[in-house]
Every structure is written in structure tokens, then in C-alpha cells.
Design a binder for this molecule. Structure first.
Ligand code: 5GP
Ligand code: MN
Length: 338
């Protein structure tokens, strides 16, 4: 359902009087997930609701400046408080994901909560746990959707905090305004957000120019592990736990690495496989250019999903076995590149 009158009317009805509201991004939240949930929190608080963002887990340092970020409740640091807040909520907004599996340990708590669930999301093929849904896979980002919502509900409600949060998520989910999901409307939203106080240069620096020395060394290792599939426009990168440890890996350090594969002339599909010894799995990220759907690829072969050109998945095999399985999967879909 795109943002039609029913969604707006449904939202207005539910927000008519002050409500206790919990807003939840997906696990390992990125700029769009945190930007959209925090912007929505600021807006709802302005409208006199008791709104709170609860994250399934921690997130990278390069997001730890977002306005209001210091008030986020992180589930595994505050289990009892989080349980209570979810149980007592009147409304639960789920943003930037569309399947409760994406919030991991919060899934049973949200499923059992008495609160009505409301989804705002731009991923393909949504599940149907929400009674009110604003789902539009054509949108660049959940932040652009929240922008449209606030613009529709009360365009005088933007503040520099809201503008900075929304700018951040639109910027990160569009690869700095270059993916095909970036439309004239996206740029209009960005122009408006700058007028409302978002500082694009500062946000860019906070997100992209805040790398640690170790992270750049790790990128060096990742690039030296870049492999090509012979005669196909496909590349993959792997990183073992040992390699991560050798650069004192911190959450978020590998963000964006998979895109280097796509920066090669002619390459249309790039994959990165990252070992996580703690969780006993390999986290996989997929990116493509053009017609090849990494959403389908991730769903069919690696228990994942996402968008047409950006998706993720996982494997519980060893890294060696995962590479073999990746090559076998590529063998099955190679005719899409020929
Ligand atoms: P990333 O590769 O940056 O982790 O994720 C790329 C996109 O795919 C994001 O929009 C993310 O929400 C989605 N995604 C990542 N991992 C998974 C997964 O395991 N399952 C599903 N359904 N989507 C994922
Ligand atoms: Mn997103």
C-alpha cells in the first residue's frame, strides 16, 4: 500500500489523543533505520505523544551523533525496561523492515504485545503483521517516506533535528543520491530538509569521513581478497574472523565494502561474505547494477532478502563452504548475464 488517504486517515485517527508509542528499526540498524525512527520520534513528541525508539541491538559509532540517538533504548543493554515499554505501548511503529524476523529477539515481544502495529517501509514483499501499512518499494528510503508523512500531516513541524535525521537516511540509502531510486522528489525533499536546518557537509563528514585507522587497513585486506568469477561480471570478497580481529574490528567497520566490487568497470553483481564466529554464521551482502535482482538471489540461496539492487543474507556453513555455495548459485543464474 502506498501512502494513500486511508493510511493518513488511519494514522490521524490513532494519533488523535496522546499515545504511548514505541518505534523499532531493524537489527543492526543503518542510517536509514535510525534516521527514520528518530525523526518519527521527534515528530511524535512534538505532537505530545510519549514516543521512544527501541533498537534490537547496538549500532556503529558513525551513527552516534544523530539528534536524539542518546535516548535510544538498546534491547540487550536494557532487557527488562524494553519488555515493559513494549508491553505497555498503545502503538508500535516498525520502520525500515517488513518481516518480524528482522528484529531478532524483539520478535516474540512485539508479536505478543497488545499494541497495534504500524509499518512504514520500502522493502519488497512485506509480511502482514501490521494493521496499518505504508509500504512502497519504489521509495529511496524509509526516511523519504517519513518526510512525505510529516509534510502531509503538518509541514510546519520540521525542526533541524528532524531534518538532520531524515537527510542522513536518504543520503545513506541512496548511496549519496546516485542509486536509481533517487528521483526528482528525493532531491526536492533534500532541498527542503536543508532549508529546515540539515547541514549536508557536516552529515557527510560524520558518516563517511570518520573512519578509524584500523577500518582503512581492513578495507585494504578486503580489497586484496577480491575475486572475479571467470567470464562473468561478478566479483566477491571474503573476510575471516581472524582478519577482522587483526584490525580490531568494530561494528560498522565493513559498511560499504561490498560497493567497491561494483565500482569495477563492467561488474554488475558484487558480494561480500563476512565471518561472525560469535554468531556462528557468515553475513552476506549483495549489490547489483541494472536488471539482476539480488533480492531474488538472497531469498533463493541465502535465507535473506532486501531490495532489487541491494540485499543481504546469511550462511551457517564455513567461509570456504559458503564460497563454494556462492559459486554454485552463480552457476545456476549465470544465464541472466549472458
Ligand atoms: P546490507 O547488505 O547493507 O546488510 O543490507 C542490504 C539491504 O538488504 C538492506 O535494505 C537490508 O535491510 C536488507 N537485508 C540485509 N540482510 C537481510 C536479511 O538477512 N534478510 C532480509 N530480508 N533483508 C536483509
Ligand atoms: Mn532503508
Amino acid at each position: 500500500m502506498t501512502m494513500n488517504k486511508d493510511f493518513i486517515a488511519g494514522l490521524q485517527e490513532r494519533l488523535h489523543s496522546p499515545q504511548k508509542i514505541v518505534i523499532i528499526p531493524h537489527k543492526n540498524p543503518d542510517g536509514d533505520a535510525l534516521g527514520s525512527t528518530l525523526a518519527w520520534m521527534h515528530f511524535l513528541r512534538k505532537k505530545n505523544h510519549d514516543a521512544l525508539v527501541i533498537s534490537p541491538n547496538d549500532y556503529p559509532d558513525f551513527l552516534k551523533w544523530l539528534p536524539g540517538e542518546d535516548q535510544i533504548l538498546i534491547y540487550n543493554h536494557n532487557e527488562e525496561t524494553v519488555k515493559e515499554k513494549i508491553q505497555n505501548a498503545d502503538l508500535i511503529f516498525t520502520l525500515d523492515f517488513n518481516s518480524l524476523g528482522r528484529i531478532d529477539q524483539l520478535n516474540p515481544l512485539v508479536s505478543d504485545a497488545k499494541a497495534e502495529k504500524i509499518m512504514i517501509d520500502h522493502h519488497e514483499e512485506p509480511d502482514h503483521y501490521a494493521t496499518l501499512m505504508y509500504s512502497d518499494p519504489r521509495m529511496s528510503s524509509t526516511c523519504e517516506m517519513v518526510y512525505k508523512l510529516i509534510e502531509t500531516l503538518d509541514s510546519s513541524a520540521f525542526t533541524p533535528e528532524i531534518a538532520s535525521c531524515l537527510y542522513t537516511g536518504i543520503m545513506t540509502d541512496t548511496g549519496s543520491f546516485r542509486f536509481p531510486s533517487t528521483t526528482a522528489e528525493t532531491h526536492k525533499a533534500i532541498a527542503h530538509l536543508i532549508k529546515e536546518g540539515a547541514d549536508g557537509t557536516a552529515i557527510h563528514q560524520n558518516i563517511y569521513d570518520s573512519s578509524s585507522f584500523n577500518r582503512l587497513k581492513l578495507l585494504g585486506i578486503a580489497l586484496s581478497n577480491l575475486n572475479q568469477i571467470p567470464n562473468l561480471p561478478i566479483v566477491y570478497i571474503h573476510l575471516t574472523q581472524r582478519e577482522l580481529n587483526s584490525c580490531d574490528y568494530k561494528k560498522g567497520d565493513t559498511e560499504g565494502f561490498v560497493n567497491y566490487g561494483l565500482s569495477l568497470n563492467g561488474v554488475l553483481f558484487s558480494c561480500i561474505m563476512i565471518e561472525n564466529e560469535n554468531e556462528g554464521k557468515i553475513k552476506m551482502s549483495f549489490r547489483s547494477k541494472g536488471d539482476f535482482s539480488v533480492n531474488d538471489f538472497a531469498r533463493n540461496y541465502f535465507d535473506g532478502g532486501g531490495h532489487h539492487n541491494a540485499a543481504g543474507g546469511m550462511s551457517t556453513d564455513s567461509i570456504e563452504k559458503t564460497i563454494i555455495r556462492f559459486k554454485q548459485a552463480v552457476e545456476e543464474i549465470k544465464n541472466q548475464f549472458q
